[in-house]
Design a protein around this ligand. Structure first.
Ligand code: ZN
Ligand code: ZN
Ligand code: ZN
Length: 152
């Protein structure tokens, strides 16, 4: 995996960033929300809600779909994770401290890794184009399917 050199470190950093962010915003990263975030950060492959539920049930047999969806809603509101629409799955945001950002993704069709490829120039172009046409852009989804460096 060429996205990060040391994924354990990557996951730890994501979790501690999330804790710091929530603290500074005066909101609670409850153990359950933290656990869902940790599961999402297990790898750079987007995970589906029902897979998260299966994993949560290993430690909490009472976990139900609303448990997962509530945690996902919270994490998305805080910009800590993204929904990958084309896969109907979730992935961690690598830079949640820089909100708001329309994050773009390159998704490998072989190994399933989704790499963020946010680009302020591209965002500016998209917003300018929308504005030229009198369109009020609110949220841009850009998901590029292909093969990553390792799978080419
Ligand atoms: Zn990583
Ligand atoms: Zn992001
Ligand atoms: Zn790949």
């Amino acid at each position: 995996m060429s996205i990060c050199a040391d994924h354990h470190h990557c996951q730890e950093t994501a979790l501690s960033t999330a804790e710091t962010l929530c603290q500074s915003r005066g909101i609670r990263l409850t153990p359950q929300r933290r656990q869902v975030l940790a599961l999402i950060w297990q790898s750079h492959r987007p995970v589906k809600a029902y897979d998260l539920l299966d994993q949560l049930r290993l430690t909490d047999s009472q976990a139900k779909p609303p448990t997962v969806y509530r945690a996902l809603d919270f994490l998305m509101e805080q910009g800590l994770i993204h929904r990958i629409d084309s896969l109907n799955a979730y992935t961690g945001c690598g830079h949640p401290e820089t909100l708001p950002c329309d994050c773009y993704f390159m998704i490998c069709q072989t190994c399933g890794i989704a790499e963020e490829c946010c680009n302020p120039n591209l965002s500016a172009r998209i917003n300018a184009m929308a504005k030229d046409r009198g369109f009020q852009a609110q949220h841009t989804v850009l998901e590029i399917a292909g093969l990553c460096q390792d799978c080419c």
